[in-house]
Ligand binder design. Sequence first.
Ligand SMILES: Cc1cc2nc3c(=O)[nH]c(=O)nc-3n(C[C@H](O)[C@H](O)[C@H](O)COP(=O)(O)OP(=O)(O)OC[C@H]3O[C@@H](n4cnc5c(N)ncnc54)[C@H](O)[C@@H]3O)c2cc1C
Length: 320
Amino acid sequence: MLSKEVYTLACAGLKKLALNQACRDAFDKNSLFFKLFEHAAHRYIVASDAQALSGKLQALAAKGYQLGVEYVGEENHDPGVVQDFVNEYLSAIKTFARAGLKPQLGFDLSAVGLLVSQETAYHNAATILSAAAEHDIPVMISMEHSSAVDKILEVYAELAPAHHNVGITVQAHLHRTVEDLPRIISYGRKVRLVKGVYNEVPDIALPRGEALDKRYLSLLDDLLAANVAVSCATQDPNLIRRLFDGGYQLRIEELEMLHGVQPDVLRSAKEAGLTCRIAAVYGDSWYLHFLHRLAESPDNVLQALADFYDPSRITFGAGY
Ligand SMILES: Cc1cc2nc3c(=O)[nH]c(=O)nc-3n(C[C@H](O)[C@H](O)[C@H](O)COP(=O)(O)OP(=O)(O)OC[C@H]3O[C@@H](n4cnc5c(N)ncnc54)[C@H](O)[C@@H]3O)c2cc1C
């Protein structure tokens, strides 16, 4: 049995690997690493393209779940790559609309041009939002590393008043979120509350533990008091139990979990009457997403090795 300290360090190590550019490059689509771990990654990555994803989304919708969709991309510095990413969303919106689907779309502003300029990110996000609105499709902006939060909130401040279908993710672990929240609430748009996935220093964020869970619930209280639609995006069975114990299941809009992570936990919440959303991820640049899922629970590394050995262990939709 490994100590809690080893688990914590393993988690930080996996997040460090997730951000390592040389490792990301080594997982290029034509690489040996990509081919070796592709099957294991498909526990979390639903499909390579939007067309294949549509059929799978329909199967999850038939089981009574709300749907979310994110195309996996990297932080994009190259304007051409940014444009390809935006085009993928514009094309996926049409694919989903043709299939009668209205999944909540999600993306990082870094993937739509924040690393080129704030104006580029604003312009591209607004283009996706307008196209999605034509089909009554909502969009959720992700929250990134603390170093990007100012810029993300500035772009969001421009997007939120004009786009009724936009929402934003906030990270409970960042100390600054307590001060940022009133401004975010003032837009009246949907908020997705997460603990936060990035490695941050103690001056900037709380580590996992009771203080963070308490802050999560306190931020949730503030959001609900302001009548904001809230998605609780957590995969933590203990926190989910506290949501039920505190009667929050009657007041939040939904519980949201990433596809492939503890389907039985989400199914139990659905059976207990909570609206549940499965956030499905697709695309080939899955390295970062895969590593983050392993980091969330280092036992998942063993699970991935078992999946590598025997890909037939993964059956789409099983457990939901
Ligand atoms: C829909 C969705 C959207 C998100 N968007 C963002 C975002 O925009 N920005 C951001 O910073 N973060 C985002 N996250 C990630 C989030 O911040 C957390 O890092 C992630 O959800 C893990 O935290 P937790 O609350 O689920 O549980 P943790 O506190 O990390 O873990 C508590 C326990 O939950 C269980 N658990 C958690 N994850 C897993 C897993 N993968 N496999 C098995 N067991 C697990 C384990 O038992 C673990 O010990 C998102 C998460 C979800 C579900």
